[in-house]
Design a protein around this ligand. Structure first.
Ligand SMILES: NC(=O)C1=CN([C@@H]2O[C@H](COP(=O)(O)OP(=O)(O)OC[C@H]3O[C@@H](n4cnc5c(N)ncnc54)[C@H](O)[C@@H]3O)[C@@H](O)[C@H]2O)[C@@H](O)CC1
Length: 192
């Protein structure tokens, strides 16, 4: 059993540790752990150690914060971009856990193209099913850095493989890429 399988099995059998975590905290933990485990299956740490985790302001971003912690424990070197933080205690706790592991945080301004010079994978935890309208700053400029127009390749633009949580960020959950955001993830991790 791999470390990732062991962690997921432990979480799913969490009654041995006093019961599953309740409510949103529990679902965020399970979602984030599942995302991290899925990444280990597809992007081996030996070749994809540097992971940029971009977190949005809602629960999709929370999945990213949890996934980053597990990725660190699985041997990856996550760096987090979390430009719109919330004061909710659950989220402050997730940030404190990451800081205690000395996981670096970067601002949007510190992200420079081509992203592939600094990162081997992007974890897109910006928006999930509650995204509406067109992306507002600062996420509009972040999404532009991740976009790959139809007539270009990710390699041309230096965009590393993108793993999206739930749905590609900026896409409408029913209508798809109605705003022509151009984010075309290589991998999507979503619940059944
Ligand atoms: N709701 C739940 O119980 C859970 C949700 N999870 C994840 O969280 C996602 C849904 O979470 P949320 O409902 O918090 O929403 P999202 O995380 O999808 O996004 C909502 C946030 O994005 C902002 N936003 C919306 N449209 C925007 C725009 N055009 N420009 C800039 N900001 C914009 C909103 O103001 C809000 O802060 C799911 O897709 C899933 O990935 C789960 O994984 C964990 C449990």
């Amino acid at each position: 059993m791999s470390n990732a399988d062991a962690a997921l099995t432990w979480h799913c059998n969490a009654d041995v540790a006093g019961g599953p975590l309740p409510g949103l905290r529990g679902t965020l933990e399970l979602a984030g752990l599942s995302v991290a485990c899925a990444i280990t299956e597809v992007y081996a740490v030996a070749k994809h150690q540097r992971v940029l985790v971009i977190c949005g302001p809602g629960n999709n971003g929370g999945d990213g914060l949890v996934a980053a912690r597990h990725l660190r424990h699985f041997g990856y070197s996550p760096v987090i971009c979390y430009p719109k933080r919330t004061d909710k205690p659950l989220y402050k706790g997730l940030v404190t856990q990451l800081e205690s592991l000395h996981i670096p945080f970067v601002t949007v301004g510190e992200l420079t193209a081509p992203l592939s010079s600094d990162y081997d994978i992007i974890l897109d935890a910006i928006f999930g099913f509650s995204f509406k309208g067109t992306p507002r700053p600062p996420f509009d400029s972040v999404l532009k850095m991740l976009a790959v127009p139809e007539d270009k390749t990710a390699a041309d633009l230096g965009v590393p493989p993108i793993v999206s949580v739930d749905i590609p960020s900026g896409w409408d959950v029913e209508g798809g890429d109605v705003n022509s955001i151009g984010l075309r993830p290589d991998m999507l991790v979503c619940s059944k």
